[in-house]
Design a protein around this ligand. Sequence first.
Ligand SMILES: [Zn+2]
Length: 289
Amino acid sequence: MKTNIHICWTLDCEATHPAVGDADLGVRSIRGFMQLIRRANLRSTLFVLPTDAAAYPALLGDLGAQDCQIGMHYHPEVEGYDDFCGSYEGDQQRKMYADGIKKFADAAGLAPKTFRTGSASANDATFPVVAELGFESSSLSLPGRNMTHLRSNWLDAPQHPHYANPANRLLEDGLDLVEVPLTSDPDSMLWFGKHPQDLRVELFDAKNQYYMIDKVLGREKTRSQPVKAIIVLTHNIFEYEDPGDFRHQTMKQMITDFARLADEHQVNLVPATIGQIAAAFRKAAPLKK
Ligand SMILES: [Zn+2]
């Protein structure tokens, strides 16, 4: 019998970040990304900044469906703060994310149930606060990343979906919050040895992605966990609607290679949103009260 591995294509939507400042590009990018996803019968979770939600609420309203979950993304620097999420104490993070949820809900008319911080930045207060605010899942850890200047330290963090821990972001269990880590390869460190190779579309060309896809499929199929998952990511700052665009072509080829290599590995890839992966995990490993 083939091994099931969930796959979620995540898109961080931050076209209104001052470094980009182009909401129209963000809209085109999301439309193109979702076309590629839907043509291949895949599923995605969009992590959207509150300011992006305010810039194009109608598009998000049209997209939200079984195959596209709308979650919240949060970069403090967009909201007038001067540091990354992982530098703030619990009370401060609670205020920041609660304000973000309100802004998001006022703009888009929906309450996000899944969450990702900017730059995979977090500290030990992050998961308890995120659980307390009513999020059911998150996807904000990047196992192996060790970038203190981003307050993003995930050395030895769990690589599989798990209940987050109330005291320590690197431990499992205890919170009613399912963390679904980004897929990374801590054996292949980039950027001065501080960042593990991950599956962000814009990191490499398709040929390099092919080797990473092959490697993670081989690794995940042998993982002894109740729910296995591969999480891909990219950002809505590329022209995914343009078939001539390099990122469009890279993503398209990655989708083709995932399908081909899954066959070779005798793996059944199950398209899912982060919320659906979290639900599958809750079913397979019920929360201990
Ligand atoms: Zn971001």
